[in-house]
Design a protein around this ligand. Structure first.
Ligand SMILES: *Cc1c(COP(=O)(O)O)cnc(C)c1O
Length: 658
C-alpha cells in the first residue's frame, strides 16, 4: 500500500471541495479553519476543541465562526457589484437575510453588523420574525421585507415602523392581504410600500423545491395580480406597489432552473410596470445553493458558482427590461443558506464502538454442532479465490436459513450465535480476498457495508442534524485530527437517542459524487478522545432540531480570529436536564418532591436505608442540573481516560468577553 499523507486525507474527505477555502488540513494532520479564506489566518480545530474543554465547555460543541459569515456576505455582495458594474446595469444590489434560516440572536447581530456596509436588510416570514427585525435593525436605508401569513397586528406594526425609519415593504403573499393592507393604511394614514409575490410556473428540482404553479402555498396568480393592480389604482395607491417577489425553493442545484425562474419573474416585473406601477425592486428570493458534497452534480451540490449566479440574474433582468425599455430595478436577494451554512460546525466525541469484522474463528468440536453451523464452518475453512462466488451465494442463502430455523424452534440461540459469528468471519475473509481482485468489486462492496463498525457518538441527530434525519441530506463529516494517519476502519455513526433512526449511514462519496454507506475513520485508542465534526450546519439545523429523547441544545461558542490567536465572543450554554423537562411541563421542585416522598415511605417500610435514600436524592438532584449529553464524568462504557491538559496552545492569547 502506498504511503498515507494529509493530501490523501484531503482527497478522501473532499475538504478542499466542500470547504470553500474555509477549511483545510494542516501539517499536524488536524483540520484548520480559515474564516477569511486561503490568505487569512488559520485556527487549528483540534487545539481549539481542547482549549474549550479546559474552559468547561462540553461536548458536543457547536462552533460558530462569525468571520466566515462576514466573508460570505462580502463574497455575495462582491459578486453582484462586479456583475452590475461589468454589465453597466443601473440598479443596485440589496441583500436581505431571511431570519428563519438561523434566528440565533448573536448570529443575526453579526449579520447586521457585517452587512451594514452593504445595506444588508432582513426578511421576516412571520410575526415573531418581524418583531426581531424591528428591534434589531437600524441600518439606514436597508430593507425589511415582510413575508408570510399576516394579520392586522402584523400589518399595522410594519406600517407604523416606517415612522421609526424602518424601511418595511409588505409583500402580499395571499390576495386577501391586499385589502387588509389598504384598510390599515387608511386607518393609520400611513402610505405602505407594497410588494406582490408572484406564483411562478417555473419550478426547481431537488429536495427543497417549493410547490409551483396554482398549488403553491404563497403568491398571487396572474389573474390576482391583474386584479390587485386595478384595486390599487382604484384606491389611488398604485404608486405604493414597489416590489415584485418570487421564491422557487431552497438549494437549487441547477443554474438552468434559476435562469428560467428569473426570466419568468422579470416578465411579471415588466408587465406590472407597463400597467402603471412605479416598481423599484425585484426580489429574486432565496435558493442560492451550497456545495455540501463537492460533486457539482447532485441535489446536495450546485452546478454554478456565486459569481455565475449573480451574473445570470443581472444579465437576464437587464435583457428583459431593456427589451421593454424599462429602467433596471434594484435587485434584492434573500439568500440565507448560502450566507450562514459554512459558519457553523458541530464537533462531537466518539464514546466507543462495536466491531463487525471478525478475523479469527475456531470451533473446537465441529462435529458436535448443528448441520448449519458445520456447513458454515466448512465454507470458512475452504474459502478461496476460486470458490468465492459460489460461496457468496451460499452465504446469502444460509443467512436466510438461520433466521427461519431459529424462528421455527429448530436452531438454539447458542447455535444461532455461532452461525452469526461464522458469517462475520466468512465475510471478513471474503473481503480480504475480494480486495485483491477488481472483478470482485460487487461482493466486496456488499460485504464491507455489512462489516462496517458502529461508532457510538455523543450527539443527537434529531437535535443537531434534523435534515439528515428528515430529508436524508448529506453533510460533510470527518475526523478533525489524526489525518496524517491512514483511517483503517469504516463505520456508521449512531447517536445517543434510543431511536433506530438516530444514526448516520449515508456519507458523501467524493470519488463518484454519489453516496457511500460508511465513513472512513481511525481506530479508537484507549485513553485518547476521538473527535468527528459535521460541517456546513449553519443553515436550518438549529431551529428545526427537536428534543427527541430529551437531548437539548448543545453548548455553542462564537469564535473570532484575532491578529495573534482567537477570542471567544459568546458562549451559549446548552440546555440542562431540568430545562428540557420544563419544556414538557415537568418541574424540578415537583419531581424532587415526588421522589422524596417515595423514599420516605420506603424508609418507613424498611426497603431502603437512609443513606441509600440520600444517595438516590443526591444523584437525582445532580441529574436535573446536568447537561443532557454525556460528559466525561458521566460516561461509563468506553470513555477514554481523562486527557492530560495541554497548556498555552500555540501561544495564543484568548480573551473571553461576555
Ligand atoms: C426560506 C426562504 C428563503 C431562504 O432561502 P435560502 O435558499 O436559504 O436562501 C428566502 N425567501 C423565502 C420567501 C423563503 O421562504
Amino acid at each position: 500500500m502506498s504511503e498515507w499523507n494529509t493530501r490523501k486525507a484531503a482527497d478522501l474527505y473532499g475538504i478542499n471541495y466542500w470547504g470553500a477555502n474555509f477549511f483545510r488540513i494542516n501539517e499536524q494532520g488536524n483540520v484548520e479553519v480559515k474564516p477569511a479564506g486561503t490568505t487569512g489566518p488559520g485556527l487549528d480545530l483540534h487545539n481549539l476543541v481542547q482549549d474549550l474543554q479546559e474552559r468547561g465547555i462540553r461536548m458536543p460543541i457547536l462552533l460558530r465562526f462569525p468571520d466566515i459569515i462576514k466573508s460570505r456576505i462580502e463574497l455575495l455582495a462582491g459578486c453582484f457589484s462586479r456583475a452590475i458594474e461589468e454589465a453597466k446595469y443601473t440598479g443596485v444590489y440589496r441583500g436581505v437575510y431571511p431570519i428563519k434560516v438561523n434566528q440565533q440572536k448573536h448570529l443575526v447581530e453579526e449579520i447586521l453588523e457585517f452587512g451594514q456596509f452593504h445595506r444588508m436588510g432582513l426578511e421576516a416570514g412571520s410575526k415573531p420574525e418581524l418583531l426581531i427585525s424591528l428591534a434589531q435593525m437600524d441600518t439606514p436605508n436597508a430593507l425589511i421585507v415582510c413575508n408570510g401569513f399576516k394579520d392586522q397586528e402584523y400589518i399595522e406594526m410594519a406600517l407604523i415602523a416606517q415612522k421609526l425609519g424602518r424601511n418595511t415593504i409588505i409583500v402580499v403573499d395571499r390576495f386577501s392581504e391586499l385589502q387588509m393592507i389598504i384598510n390599515a393604511s387608511k386607518r393609520l394614514s400611513i402610505r405602505p410600500q407594497i410588494g406582490f409575490r408572484a406564483k411562478l410556473s417555473t419550478s426547481s428540482s431537488g429536495r427543497w423545491a417549493e410547490t409551483s404553479g396554482s398549488k403553491s402555498k404563497f403568491g398571487l396568480t396572474p389573474s390576482e395580480i391583474v386584479r390587485g393592480v386595478e384595486c390599487l389604482r382604484g384606491e389611488n395607491m398604485l404608486d405604493c406597489l414597489q416590489l415584485i417577489h418570487f421564491h422557487i425553493g431552497s438549494q437549487i442545484p441547477s443554474i438552468q432552473n434559476i435562469k428560467a425562474a428569473i426570466k419568468e419573474g422579470a416578465r411579471f416585473f415588466t408587465e406590472i410596470y407597463a400597467m402603471g406601477a412605479n416598481l423599484k425592486y425585484i426580489d429574486v428570493g432565496g435558493g442560492l445553493g451550497v456545495d455540501y458534497d463537492g460533486s457539482g452534480r447532485s441535489d446536495s451540490s450546485t452546478n454554478y458558482s456565486e459569481q455565475e449566479y449573480a451574473n445570470d440574474i443581472v444579465a437576464v433582468l437587464q435583457s428583459v427590461c431593456d427589451e421593454k425599455k424599462i429602467p433596471h430595478p434594484d435587485i434584492i436577494s434573500e439568500s440565507g443558506r448560502a450566507l450562514v451554512a459554512h459558519s457553523t460546525a458541530l464537533v462531537f466525541d466518539v464514546l466507543g464502538h462495536n466491531e463487525n469484522a471478525l478475523n479469527e474463528f475456531t470451533l473446537p468440536n465441529a462435529d458436535k454442532e448443528s448441520r448449519l453451523v458445520q456447513d458454515l464452518n466448512d465454507i470458512y475453512r475452504s474459502l478461496n479465490e476460486k470458490n468465492i462466488n459460489e460461496y457468496y451465494n451460499d452465504l446469502v442463502e444460509k443467512k436466510r436459513d438461520t433466521l427461519q430455523l431459529f424462528t421455527y424452534g429448530v436452531l438454539s440461540l447458542e447455535q444461532r450465535a455461532k452461525a452469526e459469528d461464522l458469517f462475520r468471519a466468512i465475510a471478513t475473509k471474503m473481503v480480504s480476498i475480494a480486495k485483491q481482485n477488481p472483478d470482485m468489486e460487487e461482493i466486496r462492496y456488499a460485504l464491507e457495508q455489512e462489516l462496517s463498525d458502529i461508532y457510538f457518538c455523543n450527539f443527537s441527530v434529531f437535535q443537531s442534524l434534523p435534515d439528515s434525519w428528515a430529508l436524508d441530506q448529506l453533510f460533510p463529516i470527518m475526523p478533525i485530527h489524526r489525518l496524517n494517519e491512514r483511517p483503517e476502519r469504516r463505520a456508521i455513526l449512531v447517536d445517543l437517542t434510543c431511536d433506530s433512526d438516530g444514526h448516520i449511514n449515508n456519507f458523501i462519496d467524493i470519488e463518484t459524487g454519489g453516496e457511500q454507506k460508511y465513513l472512513e475513520v481511525h481506530e479508537l485508542k484507549q485513553g485518547q478522545p476521538y473527535y468527528l465534526s459535521v460541517f456546513l450546519t449553519g443553515a436550518y439545523q438549529e431551529i428545526l432540531g427537536d428534543l427527541h429523547n430529551l437531548f437539548g441544545d448543545t453548548d455553542a461558542v462564537h469564535v473570532s480570529l484575532t491578529e495573534n490567536g482567537y477570542q471567544i465572543d459568546h458562549v451559549v450554554e446548552g440546555d440542562d436536564v431540568k430545562e428540557v423537562l420544563q419544556y414538557v411541563e415537568y418541574h424540578r421542585a415537583d419531581l424532587l418532591e415526588r421522589v422524596r416522598k417515595a423514599t420516605e415511605s420506603s424508609i418507613l417500610k424498611g426497603t431502603i436505608s437512609r443513606s441509600e435514600a440520600r444517595l438516590l436524592l443526591e444523584h437525582y438532584e445532580r441529574g436535573l442540573s446536568s447537561y443532557t449529553y454525556l460528559t466525561e464524568e458521566s460516561a461509563v462504557p468506553f470513555y477514554p481516560q481523562k486527557k492530560e491538559l495541554s497548556h498555552g496552545t500555540n501561544g495564543t492569547d484568548h480573551t473571553v468577553h461576555q
